[in-house]
Design a protein around this ligand. Structure first.
Ligand SMILES: [Ca+2]
Ligand SMILES: [Ca+2]
Ligand SMILES: [Ca+2]
Ligand SMILES: [Ca+2]
Length: 334
């Protein structure tokens, strides 16, 4: 239990001290050259370069961003929780929300995607662990007018990853008003770092689910391990989690996860591989007890829940230690 307590104490102290030195984290300043590299499987979110996936949290109140490092022996190790510098804090009042984690400029260092629901802009922070190397606003390689998507239009980033297997992470969008889902295929120019949209391809309209249906598009990963990214849907009313098997923007089939979440009480926040067996797992936040849980996944098409483990405790499991996991922390992975 020591593991979770260490994490919780850090979160408590950070939540009270993260507002100082808040500068302008959104200025595009990426000029450093990089060399292209093929993105290897399993390093989508490995920030400290130990070949193990890590988790990125953002605090809605202070705007602080922090990384929980995965540990190949123990899972996620609370002592290895590290905060980005405070001048990179992004409070909610700026309109910016963390939207995903991928290596967008192919330097084998994961980066952080942000979307501003007020201005509609999208940008990438090019990272080296907790250090920001640069940042750039997304642009389009053709004059399509909807490169900026505001909250009023209903669009939100649902995740990121390489859908068309060209080596460059793409951006997954879902519109809660119209129910449409589309994928922006991206490319990258390294000198200076630029991240451009090549095209925007919509899934066929028979696959539309608007918010009124209670269906939420909550992430992407390759569950059936065919090398193609799949889409994860959560029905917040029934708790049912469904995976769509995809070939880029083409729907191939679907399957249901073997367990359901507490109806109306849970949010799926990430699909990283927690036990490092190559199968994506499902990380979800219980809004009732405040704990973060992980479902360790395996079995046919990767949809069998093998076990449920607490990732972060909301309350102390040892009476002598004060631990409160602040519910304003949210995962940015996906
Ligand atoms: Ca790592
Ligand atoms: Ca990178
Ligand atoms: Ca791609
Ligand atoms: Ca797949």
């Amino acid at each position: 239990m020591k593991l979770q307590i260490g994490v919780s104490l850090w979160l408590l102290s950070s939540a009270t001290g993260g507002l100082s030195g808040c500068g302008d984290p959104l200025e595009a300043d990426g000029t450093e050259s990089v060399t292209g590299a093929v993105l290897l499987p399993g390093i989508r979110s490995d920030f400290n370069h130990d070949t193990v996936e890590d988790l990125v949290f953002h605090h809605d109140g202070t705007g602080n961003t922090a990384i929980l490092y995965g540990d190949v022996r123990t899972g996620f190790e609370g002592d290895l929780f590290n905060s980005l510098p405070s001048f990179l804090d992004v409070p909610d009042t700026t309109g910016w929300r963390g939207a995903g984690v991928s290596d967008f400029d192919l330097d084998r260092k994961p980066d952080i995607l942000w979307h501003n629901g007020v201005t509609g802009e999208t940008q990438v922070w090019f990272m080296d662990n907790i250090n920001r190397l640069g940042a750039t606003m997304l642009t389009a390689s053709n004059p399509v007018p909807d490169i900026n998507r505001t909250d009023i239009s209903g669009w939100r980033v649902a995740g990121s990853g390489d859908f068309n297997n060209d080596g460059v992470p793409d951006i997954l969008w879902h519109n809660g008003v119209t129910g449409a889902t589309d994928i922006w295929h991206m490319n990258v120019l390294n000198r200076p770092r630029r991240f451009r949209r090549i095209d925007a391809v919509s899934l066929k309209s028979s696959l539309n689910f608007w918010d009124g249906t209670n269906m939420r598009l909550v992430g992407t990963n390759d569950f059936n391990r065919d090398g193609k990214l799949d889409l994860v849907w959560h029905n917040v009313a029934t708790g049912k989690v469904t995976v769509w098997f995809m070939n880029d923007t083409t729907f191939i089939g679907s399957g249901a996860v073997s367990r359901t979440l507490p109806p109306g009480q849970a949010e799926v926040e990430a699909t990283e591989d927690c036990n490092f067996d190559g199968h994506p797992d499902i990380l979800w936040h219980n809004l009732e007890d405040g704990n973060y849980y992980r479902w360790i996944m395996d079995g046919r098409d990767g949809l069998e829940v093998q076990t449920r483990i607490v990732l972060l405790w909301a309350v102390s499991v040892e009476p002598s230690v004060l631990t409160i996991f602040d519910p304003r922390w949210h995962l940015l992975n996906n």
